[in-house]
Design a protein around this ligand. Sequence first.
Ligand code: ATP
Ligand code: MG
Length: 254
Amino acid sequence: MEEAVAVEVEGLTVWYDGKRVLENISFKVPRYSVLAIMGPSGSGKSTLLRAINRLLDYVPQARVEGRVRVYGVDVYRENPYKVRRMMGMVFQTPTPFPHLSIYDNVALGPRLHGLVKSREELDRLVEWALREAMLWEEVKDRLNDPPTRLSGGQQQRLALARALAVKPKLLLLDEPTANIDPQNSRKLEESIRRVATQEGVTVIMVTHTPQQALRVSDYVAFIYNGGLVEFGRTRDVALNPSHELTSMYFRGEI
Ligand SMILES: Nc1ncnc2c1ncn2[C@@H]1O[C@H](COP(=O)(O)OP(=O)(O)OP(=O)(O)O)[C@@H](O)[C@H]1O
Ligand SMILES: [Mg+2]
């Protein structure tokens, strides 16, 4: 059954300036599923995402131990560029390139990585990514506009389209709906479900609400104070948490 696992984290420990912020984290994410990472502020959720795609390489005070495997690739033994090529990331705040058009924001990644051979192919890929992110209808007549003319929620969906355009196997999302309204959040959630179930992308997302985890995720990892308190199928964890901290979190008491 090794084939069915997309991400395997084993004994992952992270320090900043010698202070341990993640301790011995282990879990496996099946392919094409959505894992929600939950936990209080400062518990280490963003750090976990950054350890998976080696963004911590850029943090001089960070030290990582343990193993991360993504689609069979041993992340810390492989070329970091190749590693990041497999993964797309969306952050809490949208960060479009303001000097590039909406179209070029999405087209940049595929161009850089030589994913397309012709303009027609690129057009199709950009449209596909924008449709997947549920943004196409809103921008199809203004693809040459700068992204700064989009609303925050639209910019966040643009960020998703940009991440999808390079056809990642794994999508990492760090509280992607934290700064947008409920309607935009729902659209983003719908996209996330779709790419996992229909486009064969595995998703790990940090979420700040148990309700969102229930709507979009298949699995939940609950992190508290740098430790993995609970991991399991979302429904099992929500209905029958094995740890008091988890049920307190689901009840909104943390
Ligand atoms: N670059 C850094 N250098 C030093 N310490 C850091 C750095 N980034 C995060 N930390 C610390 O590591 C711990 C975990 O931070 P992290 O950002 O992973 O938490 P989080 O769960 O994502 O929190 P939030 O929900 O507020 O986003 C915190 O105590 C934080 O202060
Ligand atoms: Mg965070």
